[in-house]
Design a protein around this ligand. Sequence first.
Ligand SMILES: Cc1cc2nc3c(=O)[nH]c(=O)nc-3n(C[C@H](O)[C@H](O)[C@H](O)COP(=O)(O)O)c2cc1C
Length: 180
Amino acid sequence: MKALVVYGTRWGTATEIAEEIRKTMINEGLETDLIDARGLKDFDISPYGLVVVGSGIKIGKWTKSAQKFLKNYKSELANKKVALFVTCGAANKEETCQEGWDKYLKKVAAEKLVNEPVDMALFGSVYDPDAKLGFMYNMVKKSIKKDLESQGLDPNVRHDYRDWDEIRAWAKGLAEMIKE
Ligand SMILES: Cc1cc2nc3c(=O)[nH]c(=O)nc-3n(C[C@H](O)[C@H](O)[C@H](O)COP(=O)(O)O)c2cc1C
């Protein structure tokens, strides 16, 4: 059985996570392909038994491309094992994890999938004080900086909240489940 990792990204955070998931699955002996959901057309998912779909979040939303993938392949995905992941700011703080889990994973799974996913994961994001992320981000940057300060963190340096051990453990678990 083969696995496919599909990701939607705006700034590349989900790409690196998807790459690590693929690498881990391959290390576990599972043949795994990786594709960017953007611009995807007529892609044949029939060879895959497990499909992992992930996205970054912007103002509460998955990327259009990852949403489109779930929509276009909905009936085919109903016959496969599907796992979902997101990378988002809500995952960076314990207080907001539950909300992120409910809004970006549970709700999306209920709306977009026929069957329950075999697993879901909420991964952290990257804070980069020098990143040029556009008007919307500039609006919230001040409050993010304040929030970091209140946690005793330096808002002038980059913080990567992605827990690579957690990401690898999740991917390993999926690969093991498929091998069973
Ligand atoms: C303009 C903007 C809006 C965002 N909106 C949200 C949001 O509504 N909820 C959230 O949890 N994270 C939000 N984030 C954080 C992103 O989800 C996070 O940076 C994620 O890792 C981006 O993934 P990507 O680079 O793969 O697109 C936002 C980030 C930016 C720059």
